[in-house]
Ligand binder design. Structure first.
Ligand code: NAD
Length: 296
């Protein structure tokens, strides 16, 4: 049986690892938060006391960490994962980070004779729980093919965007659009509310009209319109405002490197930064940007 190590059991990694367990996989887990590890162990995972212990003997290693600094410090250095995994292991980093960092880790893995791909995801915590994530992979075709059987236990759509780092570029372009869609949807709903309309009725209208988009279909930002989304749970869980701001910084950096104009993303970045600076919003779900447009 394939031995899988899973490191990073937060809002996304936790439910992703659970889906591997549902497919009867042998999964060894590690996270800096002991309660996150305990929850997975209760679901049938094997507990590791360190990242090095988690990857010992693993055929496949999946990591799902907040940002590039976490990924580089975990993989690189004298005590990093690259120094501890079997040469035959496949390393899959699902975190959203900048392409340069993914390439840097991938190149060092290559020098050590170890296969590495970047495979950031789209689909949110709902998709992670349902096993319907979209994986956007970057790496050698042979390595991407090796990753498919494992990733298909956690996702419904698997794409190879190109070589190492291409998954991260594609992911950043997607999230740049998502930030704009969520801000625009919030602005439209608040305008309707300010004019006395029912946000549920307004949402139903837009769902059948030309303003229809993913935020309305899967992730309505107005509390009470949709069940089982962060807006109906005090904006807890989901995709944190600080992570959206991280992705918008990645998008702006990516644009700067090629001289691309991204005025919509620039406006969205200003809005999410403003929102993060108010009322301890950093750890709330990003759909809480809805409150920034409230009239009162
Ligand atoms: P999170 O903060 O909920 O989870 C990250 C986990 O990593 C935490 O449990 C943390 O303790 C753990 N961690 C950090 N450093 C570690 C280390 N060195 N060793 C072991 N564990 C470590 O974040 P999340 O929402 O799960 O997001 C993870 C990644 O997925 C981010 O890059 C994010 O941008 C991306 N992403 C998130 C969503 C979403 O909807 N939440 C959607 C798509 C992509």
């Amino acid at each position: 049986m394939t031995q899988i190590a899973f490191i990073g059991l937060g809002n996304m990694g936790g439910p992703m690892a659970r889906n591997l367990l549902k497919h009867n996989q042998h999964v060894t887990v590690f996270d800096l938060m002991p309660e996150a590890v305990d929850a997975l162990v209760a679901a049938g995972a094997h507990k590791a006391g360190s990242p090095q212990e988690a990857v010992a003997g693993a055929d496949v290693v999946v990591t799902m960490l907040p940002a590039a600094a976490h990924v580089k410090s975990l993989y690189l250095g004298e005590d990093g994962l690259l120094a501890h995994v079997d040469k035959s292991a496949l390393l899959i980093d699902c975190s959203t980070i900048d392409a340069q960092s993914a390439i840097a880790v991938g190149e060092q893995a290559k020098q050590a004779g170890i296969a590495f791909i970047d495979a950031p995801v789209s689909g949110g915590v709902g998709g992670a729980a349902a096993g319907t994530l979209t994986f956007i992979m970057g790496g050698r075709e042979a390595d991407v093919e090796r990753a498919r059987p494992v990733l298909s236990m956690m996702g419904a759509n698997l794409f190879r965007a190109g070589d190492l780092g291409a998954g991260q570029i594609a992911k950043v372009c997607n999230n740049m659009l998502l930030s704009v869609l969520m801000a625009g949807t919030s602005e439209a709903l608040q305008l309707a509310i300010a004019n006395g309309l029912d946000p549920k009725v307004m949402s139903d209208i837009m769902l059948q009209s030309s303003g229809c988009n993913w935020a309305l279909q899967k992730y309505n930002p107005c509390p009470g319109v949709m069940d089982n989304v962060p807006s109906s749970n005090g904006y807890q869980g989901g995709f944190m405002v600080k992570l959206m701001n991280k992705d918008l910084t990645l998008a702006m950096d990516t644009a700067a490197q090629v001289g691309a104009a991204t005025p919509m993303a620039s406006a969205a970045q200003a809005l999410y930064r403003l929102h993060q600076g108010q009322s301890n919003n950093a750890d709330k779900d990003f759909s809480s940007i809805f409150n920034l447009f409230a009239k009162d």
